[in-house]
Design a protein around this ligand. Structure first.
Ligand SMILES: [Cu+2]
Length: 138
């Protein structure tokens, strides 16, 4: 009887762990913007909550007007606070297996924007502003 209770508790704990692990593995912040020549840019942070002073992996997907993934761009983010001048914070995102990958660090609590800079050969520089909202202190 006591053993059964123990076993039930263990099994419950195990599934709770599994659930929370899988939830955190898929949690992301995903933002989309239309591109001027058609298609869209998708900015995804690999977290469910942005915090300051934390290396936060992000990916950029560029999908052309015809649905084709664009792999030929130079991509970076210009992370800035609309309320004040901050030191330059411009992580690059490098192409790897279907998306551009980079790491963002927000150096102060408050409202942030990410201006995505997209330069493709033979095209004008594109800048897209993503509002990230209030970023909390770690
Ligand atoms: Cu600031």
């Amino acid at each position: 009887m006591r053993n059964d209770l123990f076993r039930t508790t263990l099994v419950t704990l195990f599934f709770c762990c599994l659930l929370s692990l899988s939830a955190s593995a898929f949690a992301e912040i995903r933002l989309e913007k239309a591109m001027p020549e058609g298609g869209k840019a998708v900015l995804a942070f690999d977290t469910d909550r942005l915090l300051t002073m934390t290396e936060t992996p992000f990916t950029v997907e560029l999908i052309g007007g015809t649905g084709k993934i664009l792999a030929d761009a130079a991509v970076s983010l210009h992370l800035m606070m609309p309320a004040m001048a901050m030191p330059p914070n411009r992580p690059k995102a490098l192409w790897l297996e279907g998306a551009y990958h980079g790491q963002a660090v927000f150096t102060m609590g408050g409202e942030w924007n990410a201006i995505m800079l997209i330069q493709r050969p033979g095209h004008d520089l594109v800048d897209l502003t993503f509002k990230l909202g209030e970023i909390q202190m770690k």
